[in-house]
Design a protein around this ligand. Structure first.
Ligand SMILES: [Zn+2]
Length: 150
């Protein structure tokens, strides 16, 4: 099989809903999902393209809906919300790395970053897995969740 490697330019995509509080709007709630997926492999039903419907179109769909809902809230939440669709996750978290190095609101004023990666697409579920939350200052909030078994 012949193959070729080439560099391409790609971008993160960001939507912003400015916070309503004159002070707290300078802080960010960051919500992320990666919009890329790798590419071509073993055929499934004669389709060799890995479209990434689950990983991570489901996360992007969740993020889009959260952005729509967040933007329609009245009154607006106090803090600014950033909905960041990061690129090149499958190539080594490159879009996330770029955002971490070039945040729209400095990391010291980012109160939380919740990343959405793979939403179970086969019906209702009652389980949510929060990878990494135990290594953050957000952990006490997670533990207060009513159905938390942590
Ligand atoms: Zn993913």
């Amino acid at each position: 099989m012949d193959s070729a490697l080439r560099d391409i330019v790609t971008t993160n995509v960001v939507g912003t809903v400015e916070g309503s509080d004159p002070v707290l709007k300078n802080e960010a709630v960051v919500l992320t999902a990666h919009w890329d997926h790798l590419g071509i492999g073993e055929a499934v039903n004669n389709d060799r393209i890995y479209n990434g419907a689950v990983d991570n179109a489901t996360g992007c769909a969740m993020l889009l809906e959260m952005a729509r809902a967040w933007a329609s809230l009245q009154p607006k939440p106090k803090r600014t919300a950033l909905f960041v669709f990061v690129t090149a996750e499958e190539s080594g978290l490159l879009g996330s790395e770029y955002y971490a190095e070039n945040p729209l609101i400095p990391a010291g004023r980012t109160v939380v970053n919740l990343n959405f990666d793979v939403c179970y697409p086969f019906g209702r579920t009652s389980d949510v897995v929060l990878d990494g939350a135990d290594r953050t200052t957000f952990w006490p909030v997670v533990r207060r969740w009513p159905s938390s078994s942590t």
